[in-house]
Design a protein around this ligand. Structure first.
Ligand SMILES: [Fe+2]
Ligand SMILES: [Fe+2]
Length: 168
Protein backbone atom coordinates (compact mmCIF):
# COMPACT_ATOMS: atom_id res chain seq x y z
CA UNK A 1 0.00 0.00 0.00
CA UNK A 2 1.19 3.51 -0.70
CA UNK A 3 1.58 5.83 2.28
CA UNK A 4 -0.48 9.00 2.56
CA UNK A 5 2.74 11.00 2.21
CA UNK A 6 3.67 9.35 -1.09
CA UNK A 7 0.12 9.70 -2.43
CA UNK A 8 0.19 13.42 -1.59
CA UNK A 9 3.58 13.82 -3.20
CA UNK A 10 2.43 12.04 -6.37
CA UNK A 11 -0.68 14.23 -6.54
CA UNK A 12 1.62 17.24 -6.17
CA UNK A 13 3.79 15.88 -8.94
CA UNK A 14 0.76 15.48 -11.25
CA UNK A 15 0.15 19.20 -10.70
CA UNK A 16 3.82 20.02 -11.40
CA UNK A 17 3.71 18.06 -14.67
CA UNK A 18 0.47 19.73 -15.77
CA UNK A 19 1.89 23.15 -14.89
CA UNK A 20 4.94 22.29 -17.00
CA UNK A 21 2.59 21.22 -19.82
CA UNK A 22 0.87 24.61 -19.63
CA UNK A 23 4.14 26.55 -19.46
CA UNK A 24 5.60 24.75 -22.49
CA UNK A 25 2.42 25.59 -24.40
CA UNK A 26 2.94 29.28 -23.55
CA UNK A 27 6.58 29.01 -24.62
CA UNK A 28 5.60 27.31 -27.91
CA UNK A 29 3.17 30.13 -28.68
CA UNK A 30 5.92 32.66 -28.00
CA UNK A 31 8.30 30.82 -30.36
CA UNK A 32 5.59 30.85 -33.06
CA UNK A 33 5.25 34.60 -32.63
CA UNK A 34 8.99 35.04 -33.03
CA UNK A 35 8.77 33.01 -36.27
CA UNK A 36 10.77 30.03 -35.07
CA UNK A 37 8.68 27.03 -36.14
CA UNK A 38 11.39 24.56 -35.13
CA UNK A 39 11.65 25.78 -31.55
CA UNK A 40 7.85 25.94 -31.45
CA UNK A 41 7.60 22.31 -32.56
CA UNK A 42 10.12 21.23 -29.95
CA UNK A 43 8.31 23.14 -27.18
CA UNK A 44 4.95 21.74 -28.24
CA UNK A 45 6.46 18.27 -28.18
CA UNK A 46 7.80 18.95 -24.67
CA UNK A 47 4.33 20.05 -23.62
CA UNK A 48 2.91 16.73 -24.82
CA UNK A 49 5.58 14.86 -22.92
CA UNK A 50 4.72 16.69 -19.69
CA UNK A 51 1.07 15.81 -20.20
CA UNK A 52 2.15 12.21 -20.69
CA UNK A 53 4.13 12.31 -17.42
CA UNK A 54 1.06 13.57 -15.55
CA UNK A 55 -1.07 10.80 -17.04
CA UNK A 56 1.50 8.16 -16.11
CA UNK A 57 1.24 9.23 -12.45
CA UNK A 58 -2.53 9.56 -12.64
CA UNK A 59 -2.86 6.01 -13.96
CA UNK A 60 -0.43 4.76 -11.32
CA UNK A 61 -2.53 6.19 -8.48
CA UNK A 62 -5.70 4.68 -9.95
CA UNK A 63 -4.08 1.28 -10.33
CA UNK A 64 -3.13 1.46 -6.63
CA UNK A 65 -6.65 2.41 -5.61
CA UNK A 66 -5.35 5.74 -4.29
CA UNK A 67 -7.25 9.02 -4.54
CA UNK A 68 -6.35 11.32 -7.40
CA UNK A 69 -6.52 14.90 -6.25
CA UNK A 70 -6.44 17.37 -9.11
CA UNK A 71 -5.37 20.87 -8.17
CA UNK A 72 -5.39 24.26 -9.86
CA UNK A 73 -2.88 24.58 -12.67
CA UNK A 74 -1.09 27.85 -12.22
CA UNK A 75 -1.13 30.41 -14.99
CA UNK A 76 2.19 30.41 -16.87
CA UNK A 77 4.03 33.37 -15.40
CA UNK A 78 6.34 33.75 -18.34
CA UNK A 79 6.63 36.92 -20.18
CA UNK A 80 9.39 35.89 -22.50
CA UNK A 81 11.85 37.87 -24.55
CA UNK A 82 14.36 35.93 -26.64
CA UNK A 83 14.58 32.18 -27.31
CA UNK A 84 17.53 32.14 -24.90
CA UNK A 85 15.24 33.56 -22.21
CA UNK A 86 12.64 30.87 -22.98
CA UNK A 87 15.13 28.01 -22.75
CA UNK A 88 16.85 29.38 -19.64
CA UNK A 89 13.44 29.31 -17.96
CA UNK A 90 12.74 25.83 -19.34
CA UNK A 91 16.09 24.62 -17.98
CA UNK A 92 15.35 26.08 -14.55
CA UNK A 93 11.97 24.39 -14.50
CA UNK A 94 13.46 21.02 -15.54
CA UNK A 95 16.07 21.31 -12.79
CA UNK A 96 13.31 22.01 -10.28
CA UNK A 97 11.37 18.92 -11.44
CA UNK A 98 14.58 16.94 -11.32
CA UNK A 99 15.05 17.79 -7.63
CA UNK A 100 11.45 16.82 -6.85
CA UNK A 101 11.68 13.53 -8.71
CA UNK A 102 14.90 12.65 -6.89
CA UNK A 103 13.30 13.46 -3.53
CA UNK A 104 10.33 11.24 -4.37
CA UNK A 105 12.63 8.46 -5.50
CA UNK A 106 14.41 8.66 -2.15
CA UNK A 107 11.14 8.72 -0.21
CA UNK A 108 9.78 5.60 -1.93
CA UNK A 109 13.04 3.83 -1.11
CA UNK A 110 12.85 4.86 2.56
CA UNK A 111 9.29 3.55 2.79
CA UNK A 112 10.19 0.38 0.88
CA UNK A 113 7.38 1.25 -1.57
CA UNK A 114 9.03 -0.73 -4.33
CA UNK A 115 6.37 -0.40 -7.03
CA UNK A 116 6.42 3.37 -6.63
CA UNK A 117 10.21 3.25 -6.47
CA UNK A 118 10.33 1.54 -9.88
CA UNK A 119 7.88 4.06 -11.25
CA UNK A 120 10.09 6.93 -10.11
CA UNK A 121 13.16 5.28 -11.51
CA UNK A 122 11.62 5.88 -14.93
CA UNK A 123 11.13 9.54 -14.04
CA UNK A 124 14.70 9.90 -12.76
CA UNK A 125 16.02 8.61 -16.11
CA UNK A 126 13.60 10.76 -18.08
CA UNK A 127 14.64 13.90 -16.18
CA UNK A 128 18.33 13.32 -16.95
CA UNK A 129 17.37 13.53 -20.64
CA UNK A 130 15.13 16.58 -20.16
CA UNK A 131 17.76 18.56 -18.26
CA UNK A 132 20.47 17.53 -20.73
CA UNK A 133 18.44 18.63 -23.77
CA UNK A 134 17.48 22.02 -22.38
CA UNK A 135 21.03 22.61 -21.16
CA UNK A 136 22.34 21.83 -24.66
CA UNK A 137 19.88 24.22 -26.31
CA UNK A 138 20.78 26.99 -23.83
CA UNK A 139 24.48 26.56 -24.65
CA UNK A 140 23.78 26.62 -28.40
CA UNK A 141 21.64 29.75 -28.09
CA UNK A 142 24.39 31.48 -26.13
CA UNK A 143 26.83 30.71 -28.95
CA UNK A 144 24.37 31.84 -31.64
CA UNK A 145 24.10 35.27 -29.94
CA UNK A 146 20.91 36.00 -31.88
CA UNK A 147 22.77 35.95 -35.20
CA UNK A 148 20.07 35.39 -37.84
CA UNK A 149 21.88 32.65 -39.80
CA UNK A 150 22.88 30.75 -36.68
CA UNK A 151 19.36 31.03 -35.25
CA UNK A 152 17.77 29.65 -38.42
CA UNK A 153 20.13 26.67 -38.42
CA UNK A 154 19.48 26.02 -34.76
CA UNK A 155 15.74 26.30 -35.30
CA UNK A 156 15.99 23.47 -37.84
CA UNK A 157 18.22 21.36 -35.66
CA UNK A 158 15.89 21.67 -32.68
CA UNK A 159 12.95 20.70 -34.91
CA UNK A 160 14.84 17.53 -35.80
CA UNK A 161 15.38 16.77 -32.12
CA UNK A 162 11.64 16.88 -31.59
CA UNK A 163 10.99 14.73 -34.66
CA UNK A 164 13.56 12.08 -33.72
CA UNK A 165 12.46 11.84 -30.10
CA UNK A 166 10.52 8.68 -29.44
CA UNK A 167 8.11 10.74 -27.36
CA UNK A 168 8.33 8.81 -24.10
FE1 LIG B 1 7.82 15.93 -16.77
FE1 LIG C 1 10.14 18.01 -18.48
Amino acid sequence: MLSKKIINEINGQINEELSAWYTYLAMAAHAENLNFPGFALFLRHQAEEEHGHAMKLYTFLIEWGADVELMTIKKPTGSYTTMLDVFQKALKSEQHVNDRVNALYEQTFKEKAFAAHLQFQWFVTEQIEEVKNSQWIVEQLKMAKNDAAAMLLLDREVANMAASDDGA
